[in-house]
Design a protein around this ligand. Sequence first.
Ligand SMILES: Cc1cc2nc3c(=O)[nH]c(=O)nc-3n(C[C@H](O)[C@H](O)[C@H](O)COP(=O)(O)OP(=O)(O)OC[C@H]3O[C@@H](n4cnc5c(N)ncnc54)[C@H](O)[C@@H]3O)c2cc1C
Length: 383
Amino acid sequence: MTNSQPATDDHGDLLTNMVREFAAKEIRPIAKELDETERFPVEIYEELGQLGLFGITVPVEMGGSGGSTLDYARVMEELSYGYASVADQCGLVELVSSLLVEFGTEEQRDHYLPGILDGTSRCAYALTEAEAGSDLGNVTTNASKIDGAWVLNGEKIFIHNAPVAEFALVLAVTDKSAGKRGRMSMFLVDTDLPGVAKAYKEHKMGQRASQVGGYVFQNAELPERALLGPEGAGFGAVLHVLEKGRVGIAALALGIHRAAIDASVEYANTRHQFGRPIKDFQGISFKMADMATEYRAARLLVEDAARKTDSGSTDAGPASSVAKLYASEAAVRATSAAVQVHGGSGYIRGVEVERLYRDARITMIYEGTSEVQRLIISRALFK
Ligand SMILES: Cc1cc2nc3c(=O)[nH]c(=O)nc-3n(C[C@H](O)[C@H](O)[C@H](O)COP(=O)(O)OP(=O)(O)OC[C@H]3O[C@@H](n4cnc5c(N)ncnc54)[C@H](O)[C@@H]3O)c2cc1C
């Protein structure tokens, strides 16, 4: 825990403390092993489910925790302080469950929500394709209605949980002739259906316990009830829920940032050169002052975006992009500085800051790259 941690309200403190203790006891001790082995920690996810840490904002009557986006951000920061891949799983469930809550029929919610909330089943959120990354309007995976069923064809890449998920929320074109806004729909696709194949698992720079892979759909026949929400509403829905997702990733970046500060404080206190602890050198202590300053600034931006999301403010979208842009880039700067504070040790496998540096890097890329966040922020400026 760093001294730069601002106070929170009572409810926030209770939740934060509970997750912090869990992360300290159950997650941090195995982070190094998970990074090395890329193991999917099923036992941790079942415990997260039992603690009600999946689907934080899902209403209680639907089996969730009924929390706010601010609660969600606090949980993400604390889990990520333990290990970012674990927080990432929580973020993924939040995205998919938010869409099930908003667009799902009772039947769809009853079928899919309980398993992902209690951590016994896995979901994926499948938007990206080879030619549709930042430009999601370019998705070509398509679903046609034939004899009352949907026939799905196409390929998705870089999908978190694809190697392990029982079902995926898939964005597909249902009306080629419509404009971007009305062209795509969302589908709940059971991954054991004939015609659905899991592609290879990727090996990544960081967050290595997050399982990432692809899907190939070849004339996969989906029942009519696989359509989530109204036909043609998919593009707008996935972009909207990504706003909450960006608050989550910004908070995940905060957890990595704080872990980098704490590791650096400990190292700078104990490592001696020229007869004194390296914290006595201004070149080191000022670097750490910058890390702490940026952490506090990022945290305020995350809280601002979370509160705006909770209040339904029209500024919630740009605020979540600002938070994600700043917090992710600040985490990359801070983890790079932490490696520097550790000298040669910071470059050695098995030393925490080496992993944190790798874990931070993807936060500038997934759920919208830094460039895409700048596009959203500048568009809001000139609107
Ligand atoms: C570990 C990992 C997990 C992921 N998880 C998921 C997931 O669960 N589900 C999912 O659907 N996707 C997922 N993704 C995909 C991720 O969201 C995309 O990689 C990301 O959106 C960028 O798309 P791209 O890789 O195609 O890059 P591109 O869009 O090709 O971008 C390449 C570069 O060009 C820049 N660029 C592109 N367009 C513009 C523009 N208009 N102006 C300025 N610069 C621009 C980008 O910022 C980037 O720097 C994941 C990716 C990774 C690596």
